[in-house]
Design a protein around this ligand. Structure first.
Ligand SMILES: Nc1nc2c(ncn2[C@@H]2O[C@H](COP(=O)(O)OP(=O)(O)O)[C@@H](O)[C@H]2O)c(=O)[nH]1
Ligand SMILES: *[C@@H]1O[C@H](CO)[C@@H](O)[C@H](O)[C@H]1NC(C)=O
Ligand SMILES: [Mg+2]
Length: 244
């Protein structure tokens, strides 16, 4: 069923990739399928950071299949981190809405129509996917990882009272101008970046909607979460607590 949408609305999906050659064909196929079915205008912007596994070559093949207007490649020469990958990607986005998601199939494109619908219902500035409300959930994580994520979320809820149920998630839809302002307001890098974005959004009085999502741990490849990220997260959280 084709859906009604404002004729000028366009969604730019930012897909940062680092060693995602196994995942990229499927995530892009699912995105194309979802947007073709819903009828919304879109582009997928792949920001590859010089992946040694040849993700960029796969992305080029996908561009040949789906078209240069649908798959936009904005690679960087080396691994410069996730935070700056988003900033790099948004510079080239032509949509008035930005969708940020992981490329490792942890975030399923089937939820995107729900993000769009929720945004439209209340003209939200931000719509955040949540694993911690309603039908949301996490699959495939071991106990340690669940504990870290839950714990980080819980401590942050207590310290900063951000008014959103999932702070560390990275499946979100933003109005583009709002995302620009949030990026300007954010100081942190790394894992804590996603959390700061939501906290700043609340501070700047932007409206935030939520959509329950299921997060499925990656099947192919390795996660970037290690001891350094956890230490970085705690430091970032304390900095935010001290400065907001
Ligand atoms: N461009 C770019 N993408 C990255 C970088 N680090 C991670 N990614 C991508 O960001 C997304 C989330 O990374 P992931 O390792 O799955 O994080 P996790 O789900 O928190 O364990 C995936 O699509 C990765 O390919 C980076 O330094 N640069
Ligand atoms: C947000 O709203 C509160 C309460 O209405 C107000 O005090 C505050 O100045 C607003 N902040 C901004 C950045 O507009
Ligand atoms: Mg992941």
């Amino acid at each position: 069923m084709a859906q009604k949408s404002s004729t000028k609305d366009k969604y730019s999906i930012l897909l940062p990739t680092y060693n995602e050659r196994e995942n990229l064909p499927l995530i892009i196929w699912l995105l194309v399928k979802s947007f073709t079915e819903s009828g919304y205008d879109y582009e997928v912007i792949v920001i590859d950071d010089g992946s040694p596994d040849g993700t960029l070559e796969i992305a080029q093949q996908l561009q040949d299949i789906y078209g240069k207007d649908k798959i936009v490649l904005k690679p960087r020469a080396k691994k410069l981190g996730l935070g700056t990958a988003y900033i790099h990607g948004i510079k080239h986005a032509t949509g008035n809405f930005i969708i940020i998601m992981d490329a490792d199939l942890s975030h399923h494109p089937k939820f995107i129509p729900e993000f769009i619908k929720t945004q439209q219902e209340n003209d939200y500035d931000v719509v955040s996917g949540t694993r911690y409300r309603g039908t949301g959930g996490v699959y495939g994580w071991d106990f340690k990882r669940k504990l870290i994520s839950r714990g980080a979320n819980y401590v942050t809820q207590i310290l900063l009272r951000p008014g959103a149920s999932d702070l560390t998630g990275s499946f979100r839809l933003y109005k583009k101008d709002v995302l620009h302002k949030l990026i300007d307001a954010c100081v942190s890098k790394g894992y804590v970046f996603q959390m700061e974005m939501i906290i700043r959004a609340r501070q700047l009085n932007y409206t935030i909607g939520e959509v329950p999502i299921t997060f499925v741990d990656r099947v192919y490849g390795e996660s970037k979460l290690g001891g350094n990220e956890i230490i970085g997260f705690v430091k970032g959280l304390l900095t935010l607590f001290a400065t907001t």
